[in-house]
Ligand binder design. Structure first.
Ligand code: NAD
Ligand code: TYD
Length: 356
């Protein structure tokens, strides 16, 4: 079996659902259920004994050691993290705790377990760490896209904490020989995305008749990848990646934020027109920029294509349409995640972003 951490979050839950749809190999899903963890994402697995959900923290070494020793997983995929840049600006401590201390403790517990494995199991074992392109910092308009050898220049508490976790994973390979793999991926979008991130927030706010807050001039560039493509890339790296290597994962899909927002508005105009017949883009509202806002990310995903034959299946047009359709069909899911804690965060954050 495999052990997945953070498998009740956005990418982790898509990964677990897709894995169990395609394979019979069981999954232990360790998640501490922060505001971003949602067991409702996994509702279709109720009664499926290939899925063992464990409510717990990656930093809890006794718990993790017990899980490893009793279930003997052949691999660990570490999704667990605090993942929202804006939250890291308001309160960085949780990011240090989970992304750095948590990853360190997880690595150290895994190292003890791995050291005690029999020869074949030991060489077949893998620790795959899921990371982000944000560790590389911001690109100028004409700079080439990030390759795996790009220097680390993180600019937010989130990206700095992910950079630190990447360095720890690397160190456990070089120092102790732990068979690690790392992936650094661009912005994901798709089902089960918590509506604090750009794309789901725009869909949810548009439908609720609320303003669509675009930071600064909206010309920040991101590369966007449909979440199920990211999950497929992780599976390829787990199966065939070279130990100790880093693989950049991206959608070859660089777009300015304002174009993303207008695309979402256009799809909603088509699929769920406003009662007054006006376009959803009328709700766009430019607000104060994010502090330290990275201007541009772009991923060069040629290594993973060259070595592992992976490339995205979805274009942005097909992926964003599926995403908007998913939110329209799953509005109950949205209503349920909009719990007290989520609402409080949204109110505090956007109250501080003055309208420009
Ligand atoms: P998410 O915030 O939606 O989910 C994170 C999950 O981790 C949640 O279920 C949460 O409960 C769990 N978690 C948090 N702290 C934990 C802890 N200490 N112990 C156990 N579980 C804990 O995040 P996501 O968007 O699914 O991202 C998953 C991973 O992918 C993260 O490591 C993130 O840095 C990385 N990543 C995300 C993106 C993106 O666009 N979302 C892009 C590239 C990389
Ligand atoms: P986000 O989804 O938070 O992901 P990340 O910061 O990890 O890239 O933001 C994506 C982009 O959208 C980023 O440039 C910030 C911008 N953004 C807005 O303009 N308005 C918003 O309300 C949010 C949440 C993000």
């Amino acid at each position: 079996m495999i052990l997945v951490t953070g498998g009740a979050g956005f990418i982790g839950s898509n990964f677990v659902l897709d894995w169990l749809a395609d394979f019979d190999e069981p999954v232990i899903n360790l998640d501490s259920l922060t505001y971003a963890g949602n067991r409702e994402n996994l509702i279709s697995l109720i009664g499926d004994d290939r899925h063992l959900f464990v409510h717990g923290d990656i930093a809890d070494q006794a718990l993790v050691a017990g899980l490893l020793n009793s279930h003997q997983p052949r691999a660990i995929i570490n999704f667990a993290a605090e993942s929202h840049v804006d939250r890291s600006i308001h309160g960085p401590e949780a990011f240090i705790q989970t992304n750095i201390v948590g990853t360190f403790r997880l690595l150290d517990t895994v190292r003890s377990y791995w050291a005690g494995l029999e020869c074949d199991a030991k060489s077949a074992f893998r620790f795959l760490h899921v990371s982000t392109d944000e560790v590389y910092g911001s690109l100028a308009p004409s700079d080439p896209a990030f390759t795996e050898s790009h220097c680390y220049e993180p600019n937010s508490p989130y990206s700095a904490s992910k950079a630190a976790s990447d360095h720890l994973v690397r160190a456990y390979y070089h120092t102790y020989g732990l068979p690690v793999l790392r992936t650094n991926c661009s912005n994901n979008y798709g089902p089960y995305h918590f509506p604090e991130k750009l794309i789901p927030l725009m869909i949810v706010n548009a439908l609720a008749g609320k303003p669509l807050p675009v930071y600064g001039d909206g010309m920040q560039m991101r590369d966007w990848l449909y979440v199920k493509d990211h999950c497929g890339a992780i599976r390829e790296v787990l199966a065939h990646g070279r130990v100790g290597e880093v693989y950049n994962v991206g959608g070859w899909n660089e777009k300015p934020n304002i174009e993303i927002v207008k695309t979402v508005c256009g799809l909603l105009d088509e699929l769920r027109p406003r009662d007054d017949g006006k376009p959803y883009s009328a709700q766009i509202n430019y607000v104060k920029d994010r502090p330290g806002h990275d201007r541009r990310y772009a991923i060069d995903a040629s290594k993973i294509q060259r070595e592992l034959g992976w490339k995205p299946a979805e274009t942005f047009d097909t992926g964003i349409r599926k995403t908007v359709q998913w939110y329209l069909a799953n509005f109950e899911w949205v209503a349920n995640v909009q719990s007290g804690a989520y609402r409080k965060w949204i109110d505090t954050h956007y109250a501080e972003a003055s309208i420009t």
